[in-house]
Design a protein around this ligand. Structure first.
Ligand SMILES: [Zn+2]
Length: 365
């Protein structure tokens, strides 16, 4: 089985001709629809790469089964040449993307600007070196625009064999950040360890209230006739920065947790069971009467977490599956559970009792 991981690198805007990249994307898009258009002013080599290698790309992940979220437009697929530390090479010698591990640079030839021999050099990201150490190979790259900024996407590929399961099961329950992401390690019908993970809520609360305060202040100033002035703009900027910081905190936590949980699964050779109950959690937060913008922040980056968890599981060969494990139905007798204070769930029929976030673990047991 082949696994893939992608890294996005922002390209220096002053060294890239955004209009030229947009033209290449348009050509790629028509190539994707089966048209071959030869533009006289675009280097032949670049167009050869587009049409010559196009058939190879048709079945590949570039135009493949799972379009990445940033592929609202067609990105330009590029071949890569890999030059390793011992001088050995892999790939096409005339490839527009050169990964040079001797000098630790990435060279982009003739794709950032329509000038003969125009080359942009980037430092080699640590990410690439790590993937190579894990027997990965960066065979593909793509260039394109995201929010009108030029980016390079590097796609690492690796041949994986999923491991033999040891009997351990790692259940991951995706809630909102308010109650956190719950996980439990189960063996032979016993819950061995479990935890709920979430970012520090104190900092998030503080930042949120600071943001709301500043938004109110800006509104007040606007109503007093100061709209559009430097003061109002500064206050609004401060509010935006605080909301952005909350978003970054949940994003970092999402990436950190995905990596931690996949390493845990690897260590125990466990089956990874992912219960994505974020929709149910959203409803729970709505029922609690939280404002919509708070709910949005408490749910931010959860989809990214699930996506990263799945990507890492595939990359490291961790067998996984998605399963809906209801937290409002009794895992013993399938009766409806009632919620007691403190988010404890209780069954009126058989007497089962557990914290709400633990109920899914009992379903697995
Ligand atoms: Zn019951």
């Amino acid at each position: 089985m082949k696994a893939h991981r992608t890294l996005l690198i922002k390209l220096p805007r002053d060294k890239c001709d955004v209009d030229y990249i947009r033209r290449l994307m348009a050509l790629t898009n028509s190539a994707y629809h089966g048209f071959e258009i030869w533009e006289p002013d675009i280097p032949k080599t670049t167009q050869h790469h587009l049409y010559g290698s196009f058939m190879n790309y048709m079945g590949s992940l570039v135009f493949g089964t799972k379009p990445k979220r940033w592929f609202a437009e067609t990105w330009v697929p590029l071949k890569t040449l890999r030059v390793y530390g011992d001088g050995s090479m892999k790939g096409d010698r005339s490839a527009p993307v050169v990964l040079d591990f001797r000098n630790n640079v990435i060279k982009l030839r003739q794709v950032c600007r329509n000038e003969p021999r125009y080359t942009v050099e980037l430092p080699m990201p640590k990410w690439v070196v790590e993937r190579i150490k894990e027997d990965g190979d960066v065979k593909y790259a793509m260039i394109g625009l995201k929010d009108n900024e030029p980016y390079l996407a590097l796609v690492a590929e690796r041949e994986v064999k999923p491991y033999q399961l040891s009997g351990y099961v790692l259940v991951v329950d995706v809630n909102s950040w308010k109650y956190g992401i719950a996980w439990g390690l189960i063996k032979n019908g016993k819950l061995i360890t479990w935890r709920t993970e979430r970012p520090g809520t104190f900092l998030i609360n503080t930042l949120y209230h600071q943001a709301v305060d500043r938004e109110r202040k800006a509104g007040k100033l606007r109503r007093l006739g100061y709209g559009g002035t430097a003061v109002v703009n500064r206050v609004r900027k401060q509010a935006k920065a605080r909301r952005g910081k909350i978003y970054r905190i949940t994003r970092d936590k999402a990436y950190f947790l995905a990596s931690k949980l996949v390493r845990k699964a690897l260590k125990y050779k466990a089956l990874l069971v992912i219960d994505d109950m974020s929709e149910e959690s959203r409803r729970e937060l709505l029922e609690e009467g939280l404002p919509r913008d708070v709910i949005k922040l408490l749910m931010s980056n959860l989809r990214r977490f699930v996506h990263q968890l799945e990507t890492l599981a595939q990359w490291y060969g961790v067998p996984y599956r998605f399963e809906r494990l209801p937290s409002t139905v009794c895992p013993v007798c399938h009766h409806e559970l009632t919620q007691l204070p403190g988010r404890t769930m209780a069954c009126g029929n058989c007497g089962f009792k557990a914290p709400r976030d633990m109920v899914p673990m009992y379903w697995v047991i």
